[in-house]
Design a binder for this molecule. Sequence first.
Ligand code: SF4
Length: 225
Amino acid sequence: MEAISNAALAGIPIQINTTFTRQNFCEFDSFVRLLDEIRPALWSVFQLVPTGRGKVDDLLTGAQMEELFERLARLSRTAPYDIKTTEGQHYRRVVLQQAHGAKPSGARAPLGINDGKGFVFVSHIGNIQPSGFLPLTVGNVRKDELLDVYRNSPLFRELRNPSLLKGKCGRCEFKTICGGSRARSYAMTGDYLGEEPLCVYQPPLRTARSSEIASAQQIPVRMRP
Ligand code: SF4
């Protein structure tokens, strides 16, 4: 807190990263009060992926994650800071659902950043992976061209192709802007194209019309990828 105060005095914008788990979800309101005090430029809210030291037992349930996203989406309308989620791709779906009926202004929701889609991770030993949470190595910067791996490796190409998604993510009308966390699907099911394990949304059985998606993407929302 002292470092944050000193940074603020020096005019350095602050970003607060928070990971919500079953242990601290009950403290959401306290976090918000603290943020009111800190006035960061950005609140980056991470959703746990059970990889590395992350444990399945610490994960929010799907219902808790939905409640968290609903609270974040409501807060984003009035908060004096931006809010973004990491590995919480279906927050975009919640924001769009809450904004449904808002008058389109021409502002565009951001594209659906996901593991390997608008994002690439290089480890401390140079391994190229879709993200730090999806530790599948498909090259190394010591011998491979990063741009070439990102653009052309079969894994990255699969991850950027929403038509390959399985289960309910595969038939969901939000799959282009959401698509679920590929890292969490891999960590919990072993399939990086499998459905997001912690999304409670049940898409209709029919395939959504592209016009519905295009319309949804024109709804102005205050969020970052
Ligand atoms: S079903 Fe999948 S694509 Fe649809 S909102 Fe949930 S996580 Fe996103």
